[in-house]
Write a protein that binds this ligand. Structure first.
Ligand code: SAM
Length: 224
């Protein structure tokens, strides 16, 4: 898998703004590539904010979430489907957007979900990654999360996170898997991705580091 990093000039005042500005930068870049189609699936869309932003860049989003509690009444031109992401058929989509979701899944489901990203599609990923230097120890300890316990499973390594009981958490699994940086790249490579671009530096969220990655299983990015 070819790997590189890009560093857009984003100076946002908050984590939320950093996320939306980074997503806007990615959407703008993908929009300029005429080989990338406009059908976009936003998996684990929650309040569908990112799907709505995607509309501004000419994409046609379908937002998917297992819960409807946070879906706004007025979705504009976003289509919403209530479904477990593991059952959703991504095969007709050009862009798979997976933001704040991957790390809520078990390792086994992450492998399956990455395998389901179509060969012709672009993946836009924002996920928690276990950078040991970025772990927020107090918040993590308060959650009963043993941040030092990096375990190996198959070809992967990461930490096991206890999922909460809240509208942002996992739908079925009591624990989820947070990859180390190398393990996340192994996941992508083994799922068949041939190019992965890290967008920006890792940023810090409540429990630790997160990263933005844009990846594809065929072709090459010309506008990022
Ligand atoms: C942390 S929120 C992220 C929301 C949004 N993508 C964002 O980045 O702001 C995770 C979302 O994924 C949904 N979710 C978790 N596991 C899911 C599953 N297996 N199938 C469908 N939705 C799931 C939750 O209901 C929640 O809305």
């Amino acid at each position: 898998m070819k790997e590189r990093s890009v560093f857009p000039n984003i100076n946002a005042p908050s984590e939320g703004r950093h996320r939306t500005e980074t997503f806007r930068w990615i959407m703008e870049s993908l929009k300029r590539d005429p080989t990338i189609g406009k059908k976009l699936a936003d998996l684990g869309a929650g309040p569908c904010l990112f799907a709505q932003i995607a509309c501004e860049y000419g994409f046609e989003p379908t937002a998917v979430d297992g819960r409807i509690a946070r879906v706004p009444e007025n979705l504009g031109s976003v289509t919403f489907i209530q479904s477990n992401v593991m059952d959703f058929n991504q095969s007709t989509f050009d862009v798979s957007v997976i933001l704040g979701l991957l790390y809520h899944l078990t390792l086994e489901d992450q492998i399956k979900l990455m395998g389901k990203v179509p060969k012709t599609a672009v993946l836009v990923l924002d996920t928690q990654v276990h950078h040991s230097s970025l772990v927020q120890h107090d918040a993590s300890a308060a959650r009963g999360f043993d941040t030092g316990n990096v375990v190996k499973k198959k070809n992967y390594e990461g930490v096991i996170f206890p999922e909460g009981d809240n509208p942002m958490a996992s739908i079925e699994n009591p624990t989820s898997w947070w990859h180390t940086p190398n393990s996340l790249r192994t996941l992508l490579r083994e799922a068949g991705f041939v190019e992965a671009i890290t967008v920006g530096e890792p940023y810090v969220s409540k429990y630790g580091g997160r990263e933005w990655i844009v990846a594809r299983k065929a072709g090459t990015f010309s506008t990022i």
